[in-house]
Design a protein around this ligand. Structure first.
Ligand SMILES: Nc1nc2c(ncn2[C@@H]2O[C@H](COP(=O)(O)OP(=O)(O)OP(=O)(O)O)[C@@H](O)[C@H]2O)c(=O)[nH]1
Ligand SMILES: [Mg+2]
Length: 244
């Protein structure tokens, strides 16, 4: 496993390195930029079993999942984003890692809740998704994309119920409040505090692809979740630093 971590050296304190995270925002963005298309599958059993941490992007149709992946990876067309809801219909995996060594995978999942999808397709998809979220062994983190203008929908709540047992067992959970550019400052603050109450201990971040808000913060968090050993080593080094 390759990491870009640089645990704090007490003799050479660095201004740029946020010691407790184990990585700078620029390094996290560099890691994200290594993303490459890995595979696509209509159902869970077509996905290759993997041992590296997998981070799944879920949320209602049109919430901005694919755009978020493109923004984080700084690649315009890695994931298919579209004005037309229902653009992503497969589970698409993207590998991450420096020097060609994959150390994590991003999964772009189809959105749910798009009214125009035939009922049978909706049911089929909900089963594929629930199956993926419950049984994907290397799933390490879930990023739930939520448009704060709509808040959590009924299907988001169902998804939260589905993943709750895994979150209680340590699955990481982040709610990304998308399209923050559509809100005023005070609306953003309000949406953030409401979602923090609803996220049940999960992380919550404001995000805008167009205004480039929250990108480095989300990239750093995902790096930390994909590299827990390096992150705790950095935190331990920070807590024993003589500068404390
Ligand atoms: N204003 C604004 N628009 C955004 C943002 N992120 C995504 N969009 C727009 O929202 C629409 C849907 O984006 P996608 O990324 O395709 O959404 P998705 O969640 O992947 O949708 P499905 O694949 O249908 O589930 C597109 O028109 C994007 O340009 C954002 O941060 N701000
Ligand atoms: Mg999509």
């Amino acid at each position: 496993m390759t990491t870009q971590t640089s645990p704090a050296d007490p003799k050479t304190p660095s201004v740029a390195a946020p010691v407790a995270t184990g990585i700078t925002a620029a390094e996290a963005m560099g890691w994200m930029h290594t993303a490459k298309f890995l595979t696509t599958a209509p159902q869970l059993h077509f996905l290759p079993p993997l041992s590296v941490p997998e981070i799944a992007f879920v949320g209602r149709s049109n919430a901005g999942k694919s755009t978020c992946i493109n923004t984080l990876t700084q690649q315009k067309q890695l994931a298919f984003a579209s004005k037309k809801p229902g653009r992503t219909q497969h589970i698409n995996l993207f590998s991450l890692g420096k020097q060609g060594v994959t150390d994590a995978v991003l999964a772009d999942l189809p959105g749910y809740g798009y009214a125009a999808v035939p009922k049978q397709d909706k049911i089929r998809w909900q089963q594929v998704m629930a199956n993926y979220l419950v049984t994907r062994e290397n799933l390490k983190a879930i990023v739930l994309m939520c448009d704060p203008r709509h808040g959590l929908t009924e299907l988001d709540e169902i998804l939260l119920d589905v993943v709750r047992p895994r979150v209680e067992e340590g699955l990481k959970f982040l709610v990304v409040l998308t399209k923050a550019d559509k809100l005023t400052r005070s609306e953003q603050t309000k949406a953030l505090s409401i979602m923090k109450l609803q996220a049940g201990g999960g992380e919550v971040r404001l995000f805008s692809a167009t205004k480039r808000q929250g990108i480095e913060d989300v990239a750093t968090l995902l790096w930390q979740w994909a590299h827990p050993e390096a992150t705790s080593a950095a935190a331990a080094a920070a807590s024993t630093s003589p500068s404390d």
